[in-house]
Design a protein around this ligand. Structure first.
Ligand code: HEM
Length: 242
């Protein structure tokens, strides 16, 4: 193993994850007003946003659980509960593939929308475009791996290489030798993901941690269309009473 391998598969991950954690704490303390998804719906509400946003967000939720299933949960666990290689492979190909397609198409629609509208471009900062670009690289390269290896019978098994390496990073027992000979596509996917984690706290991606869960339990707020004539009468009556 060279120093460069050690740098890529030990130093880079820890550097990125440290910036991820410390960066979030720092931004939360310094910039709560800017902590937002910076939704552009009020600037331009269109079909590209409706389709792009839904496809991308539903895709990302499934891809997240796919990564938990394929990278965080050890292969041995599936052996114990009776999930065979074929069953896992079926799920990874069809569910992982569908989620990947949703992310790729949704991300493409959102990028096209942002780049084709003068108003949106004027309201986008450089970091908005950088985050789209890096998300695009992570997503497209990840999806290429699913199609090129998992779905088409490639021989590389990420559950016995990338999986244990990533868990080793999280449990402070790094084993770079497990990933340094992985196919280039997987390596690029992972390195791009670490770049994404490092810039995450300084982008609109922080909205991921601010799910409006209280919406599930709060009381309804009823909005009604305003009738201008009635509103006028109401205002005049109230004024007269006062
Ligand atoms: C260091 C962190 C990451 C690791 C170790 C990792 C690993 C992997 C692996 C092994 C696959 C192939 C899955 C398969 O073929 O069954 C994959 C696919 C994929 N990854 Fe990642 N990934 C990481 C981060 C990310 C991030 C941050 C995103 C998106 C924001 C992402 C998006 C995708 C997508 C879209 C696919 C293809 C669809 C799928 O199989 O679910 N990955 N990743």
């Amino acid at each position: 193993m060279t120093n460069f391998d050690y740098f890529l598969w030990v130093i880079v991950p820890y550097l990125s994850l440290t910036i991820f954690v410390v960066g979030h704490i720092h931004r939360y303390n310094k910039d709560q007003m800017g902590w937002s998804a910076k939704s552009s719906e009020f600037i331009q509400k269109d079909n590209l946003l409706r389709w792009g946003s839904n496809l991308f967000h539903y895709g990302v939720i499934f891809v997240f659980f796919g990564h938990v299933a394929g990278v965080l949960i050890p292969k041995g666990f599936y052996d114990v509960i009776g999930v065979t290689e074929e069953m896992y492979h079926f799920g990874a190909t069809w569910f992982g593939g569908a989620a990947g397609i949703a992310m790729v198409i949704g991300g493409a629609l959102l990028t096209i929308r942002r780049l084709n509208s003068a108003r949106l471009k004027r309201n986008s900062s450089p970091i908005d475009l950088i985050v789209l670009l890096i998300l695009g690289v992570v997503t497209v390269v990840g999806f290429t791996n699913t199609v090129g290896y998992t779905a088409t019978g490639g021989t590389f098994d990420y559950r016995t290489t990338i999986g244990p390496w990533f868990r080793g990073i999280l449990t402070l027992r790094p084993s770079p030798e497990l990933v340094m000979n992985a196919p280039l596509g997987f390596q690029l996917h992972i390195l791009a993901a670490f770049i994404l984690f490092a810039i995450w706290p300084y982008t609109r991606l922080v909205h991921v941690w601010s799910l409006p869960l209280e919406y599930l339990t709060r009381k309804y707020i009823v909005f009604r269309k305003m009738n201008p004539k009635k509103a006028m009468e109401f205002a005049e009556n109230t004024e007269r009473k006062n």
